[in-house]
Design a protein around this ligand. Structure first.
Ligand SMILES: [Zn+2]
Length: 261
């Protein structure tokens, strides 16, 4: 049976919504910071050519942390982001001159006006992100013209999201693309779905920049490699070996563990 591929942001607030509205047992997920197809070339190509994927859905969302990074870099001209984050998360937006122009306009505004204007620019950026990912994906999959590609934005103000709790300790899960429910994955990892960012890619290499966003920018220290299906065991172990050998600087304060089904 043909499968649907959903590319969604790693944001913890989407987990229950995705389980309820998209996780029907016949949907493969890929997730990273900002639903960024540019970083998932290998994962998407593999899913499209190995699986019978008849549709792809891109899901951006409001109040997206990844879009805040893009906004900060281009509108506020903040150059302090690492090379990987700059190249993979920010670079796809370099041609959006309006962000630089918007940044210049914000300078003259008072605090509350500025806050409102910034929010409007970020909403615009969230829409542009989904449009950009859509055209990129159409180009990437042009030898599979029967795949239906659509995109939409999840409005967090309209879905059931518990209030942020500063006492909570957040985690990030990495796993391969699979059909498991996010609630089951979190159960396996002994985390609360609302406190858990979820990264899904065909290799950890493709999700490394997103792990850097989670650890380096969002200050999450608890990283779990989750093996929800036995068949994944070896694949995930090789990801784990790779990341331990790669010993990326941003991982030095993180605690990495593995959870098996
Ligand atoms: Zn997001």
């Amino acid at each position: 049976m043909a499968k649907r591929l959903v590319l969604a942001c790693m944001d913890r607030r989407l987990n229950s919504y995705l389980d309820e509205n998209y996780n029907d047992g016949n949907t493969l997920f890929l997730r990273n910071a900002g639903a960024n197809a540019h970083c998932l070339l290998q994962s998407i190509s593999e899913a499209v050519s190995n699986e019978i994927v008849d549709s792809i859905v891109i899901l951006g969302h409001t109040d997206c942390g990844a879009m805040k990074v893009v906004f900060d870099a281009l509108a506020n001209n903040n150059m302090s982001y690492s090379a990987d984050i700059t190249n993979k998360v920010i670079h796809p937006f370099y041609d959006y001159d309006y962000l630089k122009d918007a940044g210049a306009k914000l300078n003259g505004l008072g605090a509350s006006e500025r806050k409102e204007a910034e929010a409007e620019i970020r909403r615009d950026l969230e829409i542009k992100n989904v449009e950009m990912q859509l055209s990129f994906l159409k180009e990437l999959t042009k030898s599979f013209p029967n795949i239906n590609i659509t995109g939409s934005i999840i409005d967090l103000s309209k879905i059931n999201v518990p209030k942020d709790n500063p006492q909570h300790k957040y985690s990030v899960i990495f796993t391969r693309e699979c059909l498991s429910k996010f609630s089951d994955m979190c159960n396996l990892a002994h985390t609360n779905p609302f406190d858990t960012y979820i990264l899904m890619a065909s290799t950890i290499k493709e999700a490394l920049v997103d792990l850097e966003v989670a650890v380096g920018l969002f200050h999450i220290r608890d990283i779990k490699f989750v093996v929800p299906e036995k068949s994944m065991s070896e694949l995930i172990s090789s990801d784990l070996d790779w990341i331990k050998n790669a010993a990326n600087g941003f991982l030095k304060d993180a605690h990495i563990s593995v959870e098996h089904a």
